[in-house]
Structure formats: C-alpha cells, structure tokens
Design a protein. Structure first.
Length: 309
C-alpha cells in the first residue's frame, strides 16, 4: 500500500531522530485496510490495519490474542496530535467490526517516542511487550559457586518443559493470556532445540537439580529481511526464553545463567543480543534492564479489541 512521499519521508525522519539504534523505517504493508485522518491544521496522517487470526494449536497464542488487529501508523512529524487523531479514526473503523473477548488491538512503535506514548495511554492501550537490545560491553555477573551450567540434552526435556509451563502460567497473571494447552504449544520448539548437536539451550543445576534454563537462537538482520524492520543489520543472538523454577526466582540464578549465554554469543561474533519481555511483569521488567538491555520497540495493546477508546 502506497503512502504519500512527503508523509513517508517525515515518518522516516521521525524514527531516525527518536532513536539512533532503530533501522530505517519500513514502508507500509502491502496488504491491509487504510485508515486516514487529519490534524486541526489539515495535515494528513495514515495507518494500515492488518488482521491476524490464530487457531487453537498456533504457537502465537502463547503471547497473543486469537484475533489481532494491528495498526501500522504513519504520522510524520505531527507528534501526539497526529497519533491521537489516527487512533480516533481507528476507533471509528472498529465500530464496523465485531471482535470477541479473545481479541486485541495492537500498535508496535519505537519505545523512546514519548509523544506517541501520551496518545496510546489516552486511548486505552498499555505496554504489553517490548523488544529490548543489548550491545557493547557490560560487566559480567558474579559467579554463583553453587550452580553449574551446561548445554541441555534430550533427556532433560521433561524438566525443561515443566519449567517453561510454570513460567507461562506466571506470565499469564501479569501479561499474556493463560492457555490450557501451553505444554502442547511449547513442546515442539523445545524438542527441536534439544535435538540439535549443539543446542542453544543452557541448563543451570544446583545440587544436581535443574533450577533454570535459557533457550536462544541465532538471527541475521540483512537488507530486505523481516528482521531488518526491527533490528540494525548484523548477526544477533536471540534470547527466546529464560526460566527459573518458581521457588528460586529472584536469587541470582538467571543472572549467572545469562552471563554464560552472553559470553558464548560474544565469543561467536554476535553484534548484540535481543529479546522480548513484558513491561508489566514485575520480575523481568527489572531483571533485563540490569543485564544491560533497553527497550527498542514497544507493543501497545488493548484487550479485547472493542475496548479501544
């Protein structure tokens, strides 16, 4: 879908000014429905709305509503007013929709754009997830003498899966929805990871018992790739999941585990590492900042979709 050149140029300039680490702003999605609005001074702003439907066995249900309407805004240099009038137009557009309870309205936007944040809050959107990045050198965590860390093996599957489900259930209280089939949704990716010769899945043990794990992957952001819309070009370590058993959360296990993961990624030539975390999670919102991560993109959401103001 084409966006007017003047508006798109201003949109790209805004992204470049708000955060030097952002990649060049991507063009509008090809598919979707257009929403238009104008400021009091008559400056046109535009958005494209895409709908995504997830079935009961789809992995995104672990972090997403089943029925998602995502807005891709183009507000140029109009700031809070431009985002406000566009969200008002989206609210009017939503009047023709009939979303159910398991639905959401979503906007993914640069985390440092404070002017846009004001508009998101005014329209009932909350920061549900953030893509955070870690680049450069950071001090290593102090080692925990009582913990050993090794690559996980196929025989660790049941323990790893149980820890992953417990964390999903915890996050369901403060961020995403709890899914009764979480184990079935989580299992395939863990099985694939453990089946590799050198799995990017590290296990922390204390006195012979599994107490935490980290699951990661390599991601390349290259020109034209989907990753290049979110990350600077380069080879990135992606931290998919870090889990600590419920009774030991907040005791430094995650810090010790991630010190090993970060060292291995750095030794293998990573330009940086990134992950997604929930700003509403009282544990991860503190933990990841202390590990040297900072938000680059924030996903603003409202559930159900009809609650958009």
């Amino acid at each position: 879908m084409e966006i007017e050149k003047t508006l798109f140029d201003a949109h790209r300039a805004r992204f470049a000014a708000v955060d030097r680490l952002l990649p060049e702003a991507a063009p509008a999605p090809v598919a979707g429905e257009r929403v238009d609005a104008a400021t009091a001074a008559g400056v046109q702003v535009t958005g494209v709305v895409q709908r995504q439907l997830h079935g009961p066995d789809d992995i995104p249900l672990l972090w997403s509503a089943a029925d998602v309407r995502q807005l891709f805004p183009f507000i140029g240099n109009t700031g809070t007013e431009g985002m406000d009038v566009l969200l008002r137009a989206w609210r009017t557009w939503m009047d023709a929709e009939s979303p159910g309870e398991d639905s959401s309205c979503v906007v993914n936007w640069p985390s440092r754009d404070a002017e846009a944040i004001r508009a998101f809050l005014d329209h009932g959107l909350v920061p549900m997830s953030a893509l955070a990045v870690r680049t450069g050198c950071h001090p290593d965590a102090a080692a925990d003498d009582g913990v050993t860390i090794r690559r996980a093996r196929t025989e660790d599957f049941e323990e790893v899966l149980a820890m992953a489900v417990s964390t999903h259930d915890y996050i369901g209280q403060v961020a995403t929805r709890q899914r009764s089939n979480a184990a079935e949704l989580l299992a395939p990716a863990l099985e694939r990871a453990l089946g590799k010769d050198t799995p990017l899945l590290w296990l922390a043990e204390r006195e012979g018992a599994a107490v935490a794990f980290a699951h990661a992957a390599w991601i390349t952001s290259s020109p034209g790739s989907a990753e290049a819309e979110l990350l600077p070009h380069g080879r990135w370590g992606y931290v998919n999941n870090v889990v600590t058993v419920p009774g030991l959360r907040g005791n430094g296990l995650g810090r010790t585990l991630m010190s090993v993961v970060h060292k291995e990624f750095s030794a293998d030539g990573a330009d940086g590492t990134y992950l997604y975390y929930n700003p509403t999670n009282p544990l991860s919102s503190v933990f990841w900042h202390r590990q040297g991560y900072r938000p680059l993109w924030t996903s603003w959401e409202v559930h159900p979709a009809s609650a958009l103001r």
